[in-house]
Design a protein around this ligand. Structure first.
Ligand code: HEM
Length: 407
């Protein structure tokens, strides 16, 4: 094959791969199987069309390397890892996501208490009510389009509740979400992110003037770092991560899980009869469907696992490869309800997902809510699911049918 892009001088020809992994993943019916073809090659490759603006990035194909990258913020920096500042031109960055230790810990400490298991338990009844309300809108039918009728709505309900935003904000939230996440061009995304940020800035101002509430927003507004109050940019960064971290990830994950579940009647029956197995299956689904590939920037010229890297190189640590690595998981493409895996879908190291307990609880509640009402959940006859692999890998349409369980 003739390549159109030249390898940087330090990239050996054997590691040069003239592809965009997200496009490569679309070559089969199942993107996780398609991308897993990379497991047959080197542990780390230079993907010439990966990374921001397709400028090329190292791609770790092995679980062990992805883990090492997450655990090493000294050599692999998270600065500017979302591109909101450099690409979308806003004057804040996502916090704590885009700072390295030790500053990272200051921001993380502000959010962390609101995401501990006890705090999430306190949210559980509200989340369950949210799921039930949404399901009530199609409960008397024999199916639904799972993505638009459920998966898009539920994580927004949860984040509205977490931030104490009014329920009637839901349609606006959804409109933003679709503009921010699905906009085709950087310009469209920039417009969308400014709209969201402008609303959030007004909302934060209202909260400053209004009565105190015992929630994460109050904690952000009142937080101090080493004896000083936060700047407006820091407050925006901490607020916006709740929005960007907690919506699309859960929506996308739920899409893959239900697409899979619709093919596995035995698993549905097992979980209906043994709901105590749901948490371990949530981890197995998380493992198998790693929806994000996070970037890091190399901080110094170095050799990593025999590969020469230059300061400024971008390295991708993809969940979609780590979770399917045959060196880590025997029979990695099989969903094994008894596997009880440790996985990297919620990352590890200093930036491991703050929302991990919340995400797992949301998924558990959704599985319980569907499996207790419907059985034989399956793809609607003659229909196919649609999905995409740009940004967060997600199912975009999933028409399901089921048999209703008689109360
Ligand atoms: C299945 C759903 C989710 C997935 C797959 C996911 C995945 C991840 C990953 C891979 C990271 C690490 C990013 C990095 O190291 O660069 C991360 C960080 C983060 N996530 Fe999640 N996440 C999910 C749900 C949530 C939820 C529900 C929230 C809460 C609103 C949340 C909030 C955050 C925050 C604040 C960070 C930054 C942590 C830090 O930088 O210290 N996530 N998430």
């Amino acid at each position: 094959m003739t390549t159109t892009i030249e390898a940087p001088a330090h990239v050996p020809p054997a590691l040069f791969w003239d592809h965009d992994p997200n496009v490569f993943a679309q070559e089969m019916d199942d993107p996780f199987l398609a991308i897993s073809r990379l497991h047959d090659g080197p542990d780390i490759i230079w993907a010439a069309q990966a990374g921001r603006a397709k400028r090329g990035a190292w791609l770790a194909t092995r679980h062990a390397l992805v883990q090492e990258i997450f655990l090493d913020p000294v050599r692999f920096s998270s600065l500017d890892s979302s591109g909101v500042q450099t690409q979308l031109g806003v004057d804040w960055k996502l916090l704590p996501l885009e700072v390295d230790p030790p500053e990272h810990g200051d921001y993380r400490l502000i959010l962390q208490p609101w995401f501990q298991p006890a705090a999430i338990k306190a949210m559980e009844a509200g989340m369950r009510r949210g799921a039930e309300e949404i399901i009530a809108s199609f409960e008397d039918r024999d199916g639904c389009e799972f993505i638009s009728e459920f998966a898009q709505l539920f994580p927004s309900y949860v984040i509205l509740e977490l931030m104490n935003l009014p329920r009637d904000m839901l349609p606006t939230f959804l409109k933003w979400e679709s503009a921010f996440i699905h906009a085709k061009s950087i310009d469209e995304r920039a417009v969308a992110v400014r709209k969201i940020a402008s609303y959030m800035a007004d909302f934060l101002e209202e909260r400053r003037r209004g009565p105190r509430r015992d929630d994460v927003i109050q904690a952000i507004l009142e937080a101090q770092i080493r004896g000083r109050p936060l700047t407006q940019a820091e407050i925006m960064g901490l607020t916006m991560i709740l929005y960007t971290g907690g919506l699309d990830t859960v929506l996308s994950s739920l899409g893959w899980y239900f697409r899979y579940l619709a093919t596995d009647q035995a698993l549905q029956a097992r979980l209906r009869e043994n709901p105590q197995d749901i948490p371990q299956v949530v981890d197995e689904l998380l493992r198998a469907y790693g929806v994000v590939g996070r970037p890091r920037t190399v901080t110094q010229d170095m050799v990593f696992h025999g590969v020469e890297m230059k300061k400024g190189d971008v390295v991708m640590a993809p969940g979609w490869l780590a979770g399917r690595d045959p060196h880590q998981y025997p029979d990695p493409h099989r969903i094994d309800p008894d596997r009880k895996p440790r996985h990297l879908t919620l990352a590890t190291g200093p930036h491991n997902c703050v929302g991990s307990h919340l995400a797992k609880r949301e998924i558990k509640i959704v599985l319980e809510a569907f499996l207790s009402r419907f059985e034989n959940i399956r793809l609607a006859p003659g229909e196919t699911a649609s999905w995409q692999t740009t940004g967060v890998w997600s199912v975009t349409r999933l028409p399901l049918v089921w048999d209703r369980i008689q109360a």
